[in-house]
Design a protein around this ligand. Structure first.
Ligand code: ADP
Length: 499
């Protein structure tokens, strides 16, 4: 396949990479060891930048700065509206630089340039605005105690927060964690994924320009087992918020438990079902199912990678799917015709291809795709497997690529049971016109997000997160703001009270 689609003009928007150091206490600095690591352009496998590599000592410095900013700095002490104003300015700066940021994510994470510029970056600016608007509405409750006492609760910023984020949505993952923590008055150390640190460093620069005080937002690039582990086990970090694999989530929780018992929130893997009932409009259902697994080349924790179709429309669904899958063109992320860019790294590319081979070996049938696309870069064709059995690895494991496992079912009870047959519980899709079916299935699926006749529909006020081994705690919405606040109860006696 011609994965470049003849495009020649990507140089027009290729960004200059300005920020490659660590960001500690408001300054870009080299790592103490002087070490760097390379970021790779997934469009061609070439080195795009050399980035400072932080390790434990650098995390220590960042935590010191964050602790000082928390204990003595203005950020937790200023009014919510003052924090909100700075966050609004930060949001405006993001909007002004949307094109440059989108280009960084295209050459660093293989993100579709146009979509990132037009949709993801403006939406993260709005995430900042959502929480900026909440910053002056943080308040506790008055407690009418059953004795002659008066009580109230204070909501205090949690303290120094560590955010460990993945590579699949460098912008969204950054702000879904940083924005509520900023609004709450926390200070923080962020470790972007080692694959995709470039846009995070740009955000640090913009935060400073917007007036976020030094030490409030620190960025440590580096690897998981070194910089990431140092955050998880740090004695002076009060909370860790993590998004990534279930395997790493387990390590983070363990490190937190073994150090200072810091609470963690974990947003982990998924193997989300999409259940299509006989009364569905087949065309629309196929579009929904393809979006669910192909969006962001399947590199999305909420991907709808198990598709259950009721027997009455199964054959028609398969035929329509085979046709429509061709519309999901894999190609250069700067080409507006591309709907899937390259997988983020060689490792992920090889991992997805290995799962495709495993699916074939397990006896599933390849309906579409089933192989890499092009002869350079990490491009994969959207792949649909039919004849999938529930216990096959391709029906149980999170693949994190554009690979759909298609299965047939007879009754609603069977669909519910099989959809819940997963260690994960992040999201689910239901396609039906029958309100009773939609309501019954919504309440029966054990997952943090249910989409009825849509998929991946989000907004800043929609909390999401896991049931079961998809983790716990919620990102987005007001639930996420409360994650970064402590509840303190204050009690005082009332003398001569008539009550
Ligand atoms: P992968 O890159 O294999 O998909 P994850 O998605 O779980 O792994 O990585 C998400 C984030 O977790 C990244 O920022 C990564 O550097 C970090 N990480 C990986 N291993 C650890 C660890 N042992 N402790 C803390 N963070 C880690």
């Amino acid at each position: 396949a011609d994965h470049t689609n003849g495009h020649t003009d990507s140089s027009l928007v290729l960004p200059e990479i300005k920020f490659t150091k660590l960001f500690i206490n408001g300054e870009f600095v080299d790592s103490l060891s002087g070490k760097t690591f390379e970021t790779i352009d997934p469009r061609n496998g070439e080195v795009s930048a050399k980035v400072a590599e932080g390790d434990k000592e650098d995390v220590d410095l960042a935590v010191k700065a964050a602790r000082h900013a928390f204990d003595h700095g203005p950020w937790p002490r200023m009014s919510g509206s003052a924090r909100g104003r700075i966050m609004m300015k930060f949001a405006d700066l993001i909007d002004e630089h949307a094109e440059e940021i989108a280009a960084l994510d295209a050459i660093n994470a293989g993100k579709l340039f146009a979509f990132t510029k037009m949709v993801e970056i403006p939406s993260v600016a709005n995430t900042l605005r959502y929480y900026a608007g909440a910053a002056d509405k943080i308040h506790g409750e008055v407690l009418k105690m059953s004795r002659e006492f008066h009580g109230y609760t204070l909501l205090e910023p949690f303290g120094v927060v560590g955010h460990i984020i993945p590579w699949n949505f460098p912008a969204m993952m950054f702000f879904v964690k940083v924005a509520p923590a900023l609004a709450a008055g926390c200070t923080m150390v962020v470790k972007p994924a080692e694959q995709t640190p470039l846009s995070a460093l740009f955000y640090a620069h913009l935060a400073k320009q917007a007036g976020v005080p030094d030490g409030v937002l620190n960025i440590i690039n580096g690897y998981g087992p070194t910089a990431g582990a140092a955050i998880a086990s740090h004695m002076d970090i009060d909370k860790v918020s993590f998004t990534g694999s279930t395997e790493v989530g387990r390590k983070i929780m363990q490190a937190a438990a073994l150090s200072n018992l810091k609470p963690v929130s974990l947003e982990l893997g998924g193997k989300s079902p999409v259940i299509v009932f006989d009364d569905a409009d087949v065309d629309a259902a196929v579009d929904l199912a393809l979006l669910a697994v192909c969006f962001n080349k399947g590199e999305i924790c909420m991907a709808g990678s198990r598709v259950f179709v009721q027997e009455g429309i199964y054959d028609e669904f398969v035929q329509t799917l085979a046709k429509k899958a061709k519309g999901w063109v894999t190609g250069d992320p700067f080409d507006p015709r591309s709907r899937l860019g390259p997988q983020v790294t060689k490792k992920q590319f090889e991992r997805v291809l290995a799962y495709i081979e495993l699916g074939k070996k397990e006896g599933a049938t390849v309906l579409t795709g089933g192989k890499a696309s092009g002869d350079k870069g990490y491009y994969i064709e959207p792949t649909v497997f039919t004849d999938v059995k529930d216990d096959m690895a391709i029906a149980q494991d999170e693949i994190f690529g554009p690979v759909m496992s298609l299965m047939k079912f007879k009754t609603i009870e069977e669909a519910i049971k099989r959809a819940n047959n997963s260690k994960y519980g992040l999201a689910a899709g239901i396609v039906t016109k029958d309100l009773n079916v939609a309501n019954t299935v919504s309440r029966s699926i054990r997952s943090g997000m249910i989409w009825i006749n849509c998929y991946l529909a989000f907004s800043d006020d929609c909390p999401y997160g896991g049931y079961k081994m998809s983790g716990f705690g919620r990102d987005a919405g007001m639930d996420a703001l409360y994650k970064y606040l402590q509840v303190k109860t204050v009690v005082t006696p009332i003398y001569n009270s008539p009550w």
